[in-house]
Design a protein around this ligand. Structure first.
Ligand SMILES: Nc1ncnc2c1ncn2[C@@H]1O[C@H](COP(=O)(O)OP(=O)(O)OP(=O)(O)O)[C@@H](O)[C@H]1O
Length: 615
């Protein structure tokens, strides 16, 4: 399979370098909102951990000079030993205590970070899921938005904390550096310059490569998604049956490997370049350090520095170099985090369509449902519904028939406002669906789609999802199950309504296709307030006796409700008050069974065909 190659350095506008920090403030706010106490704790521990190294270096100098002085003062008389020793020893104790304090500050920092990481990960994931809930169905079906969501879920939950940690690391190292600079400047201001010059090239190359790494991450996210999908196919119980029977593993695995090979190739190229440049430019740092080393040694030999000062300056040189490169690494890490956060915020800022109106009641209650010249095309797709007009009075039953793909389910998606018509309008009780409060609207409509969800929950909860207010109400479950004719088999299950369904969790019980459909039907019956019931091929998996029983029960309970039934079985369709025959998105015939049979059109033809099949 030919796959596009990633080209490094796609586009970096000059403004990017500054704008790259635009999310730092937001990340800080996010962490602040998550836990003020911990953020303050982090700041304090950072300050302590930042100041201490310079103090330790200074005490170190005092110790060495103290030792030299004590050596000179000690005249061999053991009686004077305590007086000579005690100042130096107390300095040693002080340094030990400082080191212990530093270790404590570091531990506290680590502990706070790991707790904050957990809290923030959860917070960002909830933000992402809440946002996902606000997206419209067409946004969900947009592969770019889906990519953004996947990328954000994979990376972004750890990035806000990482950004904050790095901001603090930068502060900590900047504080240490200031301390070191105070000491170093006394030696020579040039020494400072040498250190800065040594560190800059590595930083520049790191910043550049992290930009490249991010662009690579973005570029490959569709392929990563494809890989995840193949993993799902190969490792999940609902697909593994077919994969095994058709012996698909080799094909899927080959594809899986091919994707990896392309991605890995790009990653290797980048890693190699990054390592090579990191090493070469890092040598510059080592070089400057040893130049400074030579200089300090020289100054000590000619007597300009004491031995204590030499030890201190060498330590300070080493540590300031460390602190500087840690600061620069923090900055380049911050650039990195900002890039990944840009992805998170791009997703969170995706405009969502205003989904809801305010109406809770129509202008002319009792008018029922009206489709007026409805046309519709899925985003980026062709027209699938054309000029559909229909009126359905309360209590009437409608059956939709037509070939596969003729637009029946799409019509229901428009009725439930999962999509908006491209032209025309749908009225409920005289008011446009767009003006209805979607929550009220959806409470009035009970729908079971062909591809209803088989939740890996208990039986009762699988019914309860039909009405969130009665999600855990066992008597309502039982009532709904009786209407959907599911009560019989549910009561025979090991734990009745509390039996876990599906195979993902412990003691899960799998149901047959027909049993699942009865669960779905009962779920629709949970909607007691719904005055419009829609069943999209609800009985395709049931045996003939079960189907007949379901429809008798359905008619009995839906007498005062409007019902819409989609079915390919004409025996169930014939009893509807009105039958609508669809073809390529248009209505080609409509009327009662008898009227349609009398006109001897498409309906009559299809009905005869099915009837002949049963004879
Ligand atoms: N989410 C979607 N995005 C784009 N096109 C879609 C989508 N869902 C359906 N379609 C297209 O819309 C057309 C109508 O599909 P629809 O599901 O409404 O048909 P149907 O009459 O319910 O078919 P069936 O009897 O097979 O259930 C089909 O051509 C299909 O390819």
């Amino acid at each position: 399979m030919q796959r596009p190659r990633f080209r490094h350095r796609l586009a970096t506008a000059p403004g990017d370098v500054i704008s790259v920090f635009r999310y730092t403030h937001r990340a800080l706010t996010l962490v602040w909102q998550t836990s003020r106490v911990m953020m303050l704790g982090l700041a304090l521990a950072t300050l302590v951990a930042g100041v201490l190294p310079a103090v330790v270096a200074w005490v170190g100098q005092l110790i060495v000079d103290g030792v030299v002085e004590a050596m000179a003062a000690y005249d061999g008389d053991p009686a004077t030993l305590p007086t000579v020793l005690s100042p130096v020893l107390s300095l040693v104790v002080a340094e030990g205590a400082l080191i212990a304090l530093m270790a404590l500050a570091q531990r506290i920092l680590d502990a706070q970070q790991s707790l904050l990481r957990a809290q923030l990960g959860q917070k960002v994931n909830v933000m992402l899921l809440e946002k996902a809930g606000e997206l419209s169905l067409s946004q969900f079906e947009d592969s770019e938005i889906y990519d953004q969501l996947t990328r954000a879920r994979r990376e972004a939950s750890t990035r806000p904390l990482s950004l904050v940690t790095r901001t603090f690391a930068l502060l900590q190292n900047a504080i240490s550096l200031t301390g070191f600079s105070v000491l170093l400047v006394q030696f020579s201001p040039w020494a400072l310059l040498i250190i800065v010059i040594g560190a800059l090239p590595v930083f520049a190359s790191e910043a550049r490569f992290s930009g490249d790494a991010f662009r690579l991450f973005r570029w490959r996210s569709p392929q990563m998604r494809e890989q995840r999908y193949l993993e799902t196919l190969l490792a999940r119980e609902d697909s593994i049956k077919e994969v095994k029977l058709y012996a698909l593993e080799p094909i899927f695995l080959t594809r899986y490997r091919a994707i990896f090979d392309t991605l890995y190739g790009e990653e290797r190229r980048l890693t190699l370049r990054r390592t090579l440049w990191g090493f070469v430019l890092g040598l510059l740092g080592t070089l400057t350090f040893y130049a400074a080393y030579g200089w300090v040694v020289f100054e000590t030999i000619i007597g300009a520095l004491t031995l204590g000062q030499m030890t201190m300056y060498l330590l300070v040189f080493k540590q300031s170099q460390g602190a500087l490169s840690a600061s620069l690494a923090a900055v380049s890490g911050m650039i990195d985090d900002n890039l990944y956060l840009s992805n998170l915020y791009e997703f969170l800022e995706q405009p969502t369509e205003r989904e809801t109106g305010t109406l809770t009641e129509g202008k002319t209650p009792g008018d029922g449902l009206r489709f007026e010249h409805i046309s519709f095309a899925y985003p980026g797709g062709e027209q699938v519904l054309e000029d559909i007009s229909l009126h359905l009075a309360p209590g009437q039953s409608l059956a939709l028939v037509g070939e596969n793909g003729s637009g029946k389910t799409t019509l229901i998606k428009l009725l439930t406002r999962l999509y908006q018509p491209s032209h025309g309008r749908i009225l409920l009780d005289g008011s446009d669906l767009r003006d209805w409060d979607t929550r009220v609207l959806r409470q009035r409509v009970g729908v079971i789609f062909q591809d209803f969800v088989r939740y890996q929950f208990s039986v009762g909860e699988n019914l309860g999802v039909g009405d969130t207010r009665a999600f855990e109400d066992e008597s309502r479950w039982q009532h709904a199950a009786r209407r959907g004719l599911a009560d019989g088999f549910i009561e025979r299950l090991p734990s009745g309504y509390h039996t876990q369904l599906g195979r993902w969790f412990k003691n899960g019980q799998e149901l047959s296709g027909g049993q699942w459909q009865k669960i779905a039907l009962s779920r629709a019956w949970m909607r007691e307030d719904a005055d419009i019931l829609v069943l999209d091929e609800p009985t395709a998996a049931m045996d003939a006796a079960a189907e007949a029983a379901v429809f008798n029960r359905f008619r009995e309970h839906s007498r005062d409700r409007t019902s819409i039934l989609i079915s390919h079985r004409f025996s169930t369709v014939r009893n509807a008050d009105m039958i609508v025959v669809m073809d390529h998105g248009r209505i080609i015939e409509q009327g009662s069974h008898d009227a349609l049979m009398a006109t001897r059109g498409r309906y009559a033809e299809l009905f005869e065909l099915q009837a002949a099949g049963y004879r």
